[in-house]
Write a protein that binds this ligand. Structure first.
Ligand SMILES: [Ca+2]
Ligand SMILES: [Ca+2]
Length: 604
């Protein structure tokens, strides 16, 4: 696996195109944030590049004849990428035919020191899909532009993160000095060499796929300035407070060839002030926030020369995040039908959330999509209780959890929905599109419109499961292959009342509940439209017949079958209950509402 990287840039500080120059090349996938940069020398200009504006210089040659053809091809693409980026002031990254394009503007803080822009790289290993470079950040120096004095070396440190893992981290300055940093995810080096004046120091991280990410800092080195040391709370580079305090006392010394006239301080959180004392100075109270409060102490001498020292003061976050499961609700969780359920919720933290993960006692687990608003697209469920634990983790690895028990109900769809069926869904389905929800053969799905006396056949939306809330109680003709799907949704609570509207004539009425429903005309209620009085079906013979007609598939040929009666009386061939997932014909003589006794409400 070999990667060939081509990098573009704006020349720093000059509009001239030199034949030899050192250039900072930067790459970004987010406007305003450098994710990569690198120094190059031996920049070449070629005659056919003259069409490019003089302020935009190009790429280094490969110096390898076998690559010349690739070079020409890529240069053409490169120009398109560059000008696209210039025109849109945005960045983008794409991969096509083994070529990775990344482009965009990067405004380096503190004027036009260097602005950088776009990169292409060839990916000779099409199997490798990692095109994400590591992201490098500095902890020290914590600000992009800083100063230092004393010894001509500086300590730098920071982090490098990557989706597949960082392999190595190196630093390099514009003089060509380079060194390997200690560590990868957390890296540091105490031996970065400085020259008097401005030093652009670049740290480059490489991931296992060869993607390069980098970041830089600009350090102004003044060898004549006073040397500042920090002695309290530590002489090291980093101090982590034992508890989340809001302020800290800091003190140290300053000395040089001339007398020190003033020592000032500032933090990256925006606090600043003048220290008490000079040769030995102190700050009574540096205000702190959770996170890194890098402190910069600067001493000025009688000649106006200055020197500085930084200390990372880290205040730990010890507050756990909060996490809540919003859907399913506690009321719906015991009612789930089907092999999975979408889950969603919220989380929050006093600093920031790293990730939300989930696991069930059935052995399933994963990472949620999102953090403050998180979701699990489909949580796998097994029949019975599924204990779900959702865990929120903040950037400091504090955790908190939320639990919910989701019960997947036993269903008998497979037997009820074999072959030709008068089907019912005792549930509010997740999906209104009947085909998507129940998966019948071809377009073999229809509802009967008693009022109009016609069938509505799929894809007519009149036979869809909408409004979804009105699905319990409806009935449909459907034809199913063996191995019918389990529709996803929430069952009707067994103690809830379902009102079913009937029109004069034969109506297809579904069992609204996921259980057998005894046919009890004394308890089944009827209310004539326009009135408010419910009467028993037994005493409503002018409104509705007190029996129903069901359909039973032929076991040997389920695409055929025969009608059978459902009534209170259990004489020959009569069934006295409605099975779940089935619907029946019921004849009304006038427009009325029907209500079955809820199986979970014996008082009904
Ligand atoms: Ca990567
Ligand atoms: Ca926290």
């Amino acid at each position: 696996m070999k990667r060939l990287k081509i990098l573009l840039l704006f020349p720093p500080k000059t509009s001239q195109i030199p034949s030899m120059y050192k250039y900072l090349v930067g790459i970004s996938d987010q406007p305003g944030i450098r994710t990569s940069c690198r120094w190059f020398s031996e920049m070449e200009t070629n005659t056919w590049m003259k069409c490019i504006p003089s302020w935009l210089l190009l790429l280094r040659g490969f110096g390898s004849t076998e690559l010349s053809l690739i070079r020409v091809q890529l240069i053409v693409i490169m120009l398109i990428v560059v000008f696209t980026c210039l025109a849109s002031a945005e960045t983008r990254s794409a991969k096509s035919s083994g070529v990775i394009y990344t482009g965009g503007f990067v405004q380096v803080p503190g004027q036009a020191k260097s602005k950088m822009i776009a990169t292409l790289s060839t990916d000779t290993d099409p199997v490798d899909d990692d095109i994400t470079p590591p992201v490098v950040t500095f902890d020290l120096p914590a600000v992009w532009e800083t100063t230092c004095s004393g010894q001509p070396t500086i300590h730098i440190s920071g982090t490098a993160t990557d989706d597949t893992g960082v392999v190595s981290v190196v630093w390099e300055n514009q003089e060509g000095d380079t060194g390997t940093c200690t560590g990868t995810d957390s890296w540091s080096s105490s031996q970065v060499i400085l020259v008097e004046g401005e030093n652009l120091v670049c740290v480059t991280a490489v991931d296992s796929a060869g993607n390069v990410g980098a970041s830089s800092v600009l350090i102004t080195y003044n060898p004549n300035g006073p040397t500042v040391t920090i002695t309290v709370p530590t002489t090291g580079y980093t101090y982590t407070t034992p508890t989340p305090v809001s302020s800290l006392a800091v003190s140290g010394t300053a000395s040089g060839d001339r007398s020190v006239t003033q020592v000032t301080w500032s933090t990256v959180k925006g606090a600043s002030g003048t220290c008490t004392g000079t040769d030995t100075w102190s700050i009574a109270s540096v205000p702190l926030e959770i996170g890194n409060n890098t402190l910069l102490v600067t001493a000025t001498d009688s000649a106006g020369e200055f020197g500085s020292k930084t200390l990372n003061i880290i205040v730990p976050d010890q507050v756990a995040p909060s996490v809540t499961i919003v859907s399913p609700t506690l009321a719906k969780a015991p009612l789930r039908i089907g092999a999975s359920v979408p889950v969603s919720g919220t989380a929050s933290d006093n600093t920031s959330l790293k990730q939300i993960t989930w696991a069930t006692d059935k052995g399933y687990n994963g990472t949620c999509t999102g953090t403050s608003n998180w979701s699990i697209s489909q949580l796998p469920l097994e029949i019975g209780d599924n204990h779900l634990t959702v865990t929120a983790t903040d950037d400091w690895d504090n955790v908190n959890t939320a639990q919910l028990t989701i019960t997947r109900q036993q269903t008998t769809v497979a037997s009820a929905w074999l072959g030709l069926t008068i089907a019912a869904l005792p549930m509010v389905p997740d999906i209104a599109d009947a085909k998507e929800a129940v998966g019948f053969i071809a377009n073999s799905w229809a509802s009967y419109d008693t009022d109009l006396g016609i069938y509505h056949t799929y894809p007519d939306v009149a036979c869809w499961l909408q409004p979804k809330e009105n699905t319990p109680g409806r009935g449909f003709w459907g034809a199913f292959a063996t191995g019918t799907p389990d529709p996803l949704g929430y069952a009707t609570p067994l103690d809830s009342q379902v009102t079913i509207h009937l029109y004069p004539g034969w109506n297809i009425v579904g069992n609204p509940y996921n259980t057998n429903l005894n046919w009890e005309p004394d308890r089944i209620r009827v209310r004539v439209t326009g009135t408010s009085v419910w009467a028993s079906m037994s005493s409503s013979s002018d409104s509705v017949r007190d029996y129903a007609i069901g359909w039973q598939q032929d076991a040997s040929n389920p695409l055929t079958g025969a009608y059978y009666p459902i009534a209170a009386d259990t004489s020959d061939g009569v069934l006295n209950y409605m099975a779940p997932w089935r619907a029946v014909w019921i004849k009304a003589f006038e427009e009325c509402d029907l209500m079955f006794p809820p199986p979970g409400d014996p008082q009904f």
